[in-house]
Design a protein around this ligand. Sequence first.
Ligand SMILES: Nc1ncnc2c1ncn2[C@@H]1O[C@H](COP(=O)(O)OP(=O)(O)OP(=O)(O)O)[C@@H](O)[C@H]1O
Ligand SMILES: C[C@@](O)(CCO)CC(=O)[O-]
Ligand SMILES: [Mg+2]
Length: 334
Amino acid sequence: MTVSSAPGKVYLFGEHAVVYGEPAVPCAIERRATVTVEARDDDHVRVEASDLSLDGFTVEYAGTTDGRPDVDVPASLVEAAMGYVDAAVEQAREAVGRPDAGFDITVESSIPLGAGLGSSAAVTVAGIDAATRELGHELSARELADRAYRAEAAVQDGQASRADTFCSAVGGAVRVEGDDCRAIETPNLPFVVGFDGGAGDTGELVAGVRALKKEYDFAADTVSTIGDLVRTGERLLDPENGSADDRLTELGRLMNFNHGLLESLGVSSRSLDSMVWAAREAGAHGAKLTGAGGGGCIVALDPTPETLTALQFTPGCEEAFRAELATDGVRRLE
Ligand SMILES: Nc1ncnc2c1ncn2[C@@H]1O[C@H](COP(=O)(O)OP(=O)(O)OP(=O)(O)O)[C@@H](O)[C@H]1O
Ligand SMILES: C[C@@](O)(CCO)CC(=O)[O-]
Ligand SMILES: [Mg+2]
């Protein structure tokens, strides 16, 4: 039996635009997905994912791609739900050169699904790591990130960046621009997360931005403006560039700006906007949606308890918590 965990993330800046080669800065947070894998002596894959929104189910199916789970929910729903675990199994089989390897897999996660905190990347990273180790093969963090990226891209019809998966694999704060992925130093960032209890579908939201960008040149300009904003914002992470307070204030202003640009690209929602405004009115330095949007989470920057308290009383906010930076990426537990 092999167990790995991997963290979720929030975006300080740059989601969506990162899909088109602009830079982004995601930061891993201490909310994790844990995947337990046990090799089988046949080629079947059995997945137990009790946190899934389909009220929790267990499926067992043959290891070939035409094998179908034997459950009484529509196949399309199961495929949508199990896509990332499936893609992780494929990547692990390929990495080890064992296309017929079978596994019993259990997924447990404290990252809400589809809420912008990178649950898909965390499940994919932890899944590939545990499945490859179970077959006696240790991937480097970079190889793991690369395999997880390929798995996410496969599920999201090729529309994914390396940001979420690299961040989850290596932990900490990272900077991703196209294929260039690196760990970076940041000051202490007092993140507060608000969650509306909802979700958005990353693949669909990314496709929506792509369509808008194709239709209007000014939407394409909005995407490159997000890139400019990230290049300005990352300078504020360097202690050489001003006092800690001044830099936090300006980072917050840029987060507000980033949220406005994401909103104009159509990926915000009424409840995300209302949590963003609650945070701003509580005195946060800034607030924005995080991840793909459509519903799910916002992230605010506030060292005081005010934003957390305000979010707890904001209609439409189901949960609010302070998010600590996760300095570890994938963790090898057993
Ligand atoms: N606990 C889990 N068990 C099994 N699959 C999971 C689990 N958590 C997430 N997933 C997979 O990830 C999908 C959600 O991924 P999606 O990319 O839409 O959202 P996200 O990663 O949470 O948010 P974002 O990409 O915006 O950061 C789920 O539909 C499911 O396939
Ligand atoms: C929306 C997006 O930029 C982030 C989702 O967390 C998609 C991606 O980078 O793959
Ligand atoms: Mg995702």
